[in-house]
Design a protein around this ligand. Structure first.
Ligand SMILES: NC(=O)C1=CN([C@@H]2O[C@H](COP(=O)(O)OP(=O)(O)OC[C@H]3O[C@@H](n4cnc5c(N)ncnc54)[C@H](O)[C@@H]3O)[C@@H](O)[C@H]2O)C=CC1
Ligand SMILES: O=C(O)CCC(=O)C(=O)O
Length: 421
């Protein structure tokens, strides 16, 4: 790959995996470009009567294995390229877990914290109005991502039902339970990562009482902290967008979650916890056995990777480690459990939600957890075996596993279906 954009760097992983498989070059060519990206501006009325417009995108990267699937992000720095890269990752994530989906993603370039609740609702409804013909239960199925949540998914599902004149809960996942959401979707991203670490703990050299540092304290980070603490791990450092806190003896996770839900920043809770406020970057190099990036992409780079002391990195965020950092971590013996496997619990329980919506019959939490566990263990073990057998990183193994499935499906469709002439 020639350039150094986010998508170019993501495609490096595709090329690497392709080198390990006998795959038709047409397959690789197909996976290098998004199938369709739609861009629009959403125009909404603000509470004071003024008008504002926001750039928005939805990308359907590849639908060979099923309808495209992936979250919607509301973030002031979102770009079209970020959306396409996230949709590329979704394509591989769904294939790693063997879910019957392709990959998609969407975003609005907005700081949602600057909007009132009614402005946020109008923006969410405007997104669905703009993309009503892109999304659909058999075409493209959104879900929550950074700075979006169940409430927003509920508004979006409602808007879609109003537009189509039909109740269509399966068009969006991550909805409130009262609107057809699934039990267990709230902590599914963290739980999938937690099951993966627990299953591979002895191979990873992690004791039951290992220490954990978590970057990002939203849906993925908070639930990981809770699951880890309840399994006798010690959470020693956490961060949010305002800064990080560190206490070598362990933090009180439940108090931090309660504080965050009442609108406090982590650094404002440092004193209550007997913790030090540290530089956000310093969180990456604390003496923790496990480092969990759970914020945004490109956080661990060639510039800071050598300072990491953790034995294992669990990528709950999408794309937190750059290819340059991967090399350094590998040389230092740090094992990276890659995003497309580590954070796939979220989309897996989204799949369960979609299945339940379509069958109109809902499972209890025990069933959700046992189905998730089975898939994470099955695919996690398969990826681990590929890594050992081929002597490659866990990331390369996950890409090889996914690409094998994607190539089989692309070839089954027939390559003439997408190359004219
Ligand atoms: N929510 C989900 O189901 C899934 C989320 N992910 C990924 O997990 C990551 C986090 O997503 P969510 O937890 O859903 O988002 P969220 O919106 O619930 O939380 C994001 C958190 O990151 C923090 N943050 C933002 N910038 C930061 C920075 N520079 N340093 C430290 N913290 C920072 C925010 O303060 C907030 O605590 C993203 O990469 C997302 O794509 C992946 C799979 C599924
Ligand atoms: O739950 C989903 O469908 C997608 C979640 C997502 O956007 C992700 O895994 O990055």
């Amino acid at each position: 790959m020639s350039g150094d954009s986010l998508l170019d760097r993501a495609l490096v992983r595709l090329e690497e995996a392709a080198g390990h498989l006998q795959i038709d070059q047409d397959v690789i060519e197909k996976l290098k470009y998004p199938r369709e990206t739609t861009k629009t501006r959403l125009l909404i009325r603000m509470d004071d009567g003024s008008r504002k417009s926001f750039q928005a995108w939805r990308c359907r990267y590849d639908d060979t294995r099923g309808p495209t699937k992936g979250g919607i992000r509301f973030h002031p720095h979102s770009t079209m390229e970020e959306v396409e890269t996230l949709a590329f990752w979704m394509t591989f994530k769904c294939a790693v877990m063997n879910l019957p989906y392709g990959g998609g993603k969407g975003a609005v370039q907005v700081d949602p914290h600057s909007l009132s609740k009614s402005e946020l609702e109008r923006l969410s409804r405007a997104y669905v109005q703009a993309f009503a013909s892109t999304i659909g239960p058999d075409r493209d199925i959104p879900a929550p991502d950074v700075y979006t949540n169940a409430m927003i998914m509920g508004w979006m599902a409602d808007e879609y039902s109003q537009i189509t004149g039909q109740v269509s809960p399966a068009v969006i996942t991550g909805k409130p339970i009262s609107l057809g959401g699934s039990l267990g979707r709230n902590d599914a991203t963290a739980r999938g990562g937690f099951y993966l670490v627990r299953n591979l703990a002895s191979e990873l050299g992690l004791d039951r009482d290992h220490t954990v540092a978590i970057q990002g304290f939203g849906n993925a980070g908070q639930y990981y902290a809770r699951l880890a603490a309840s399994d006798r791990n010690t959470v020693i450092a956490v961060s949010d967008s305002a800064g990080a806190i560190y206490r070598p003896g362990g933090l009180d996770v439940e108090a931090l979650i309660a504080g965050k839900s009442s609108g406090r920043r982590l650094i404002d809770m440092a004193a209550d916890q007997g913790a030090h406020a540290i530089d956000a970057e310093e969180l990456l190099s604390v003496e923790a056995d496990l480092l969990v990036p759970a914020a945004l992409e490109d956080m661990i780079t060639a510039d800071n990777a050598a300072r990491i002391k953790a034995k294992v990195i669990l990528e709950l965020a999408n794309g937190p480690v750059t290819p340059g950092a991967d090399k350094i971590l590998n040389d230092h013996g740090v094992v990276v459990l890659p995003d497309i496997l580590a954070n796939a619990g979220g989309v897996t329980v989204s799949y369960f939600e979609w299945v339940q919506n379509r069958q109109g019959f809902y499972w209890d939490l025990e069933e959700i957890h046992s189905r998730l566990l089975k898939i994470v263990e099955r695919e996690g073990r398969a990826v681990w075996s590929i890594a050992k057998e081929r002597g490659v990183s866990v990331r390369s193994a996950a890409y090889i596993h996914a690409l094998d499935r994607l190539a089989t499906a692309i070839e089954a469709h027939g390559t003439q279906s997408f190359f004219a002439g």
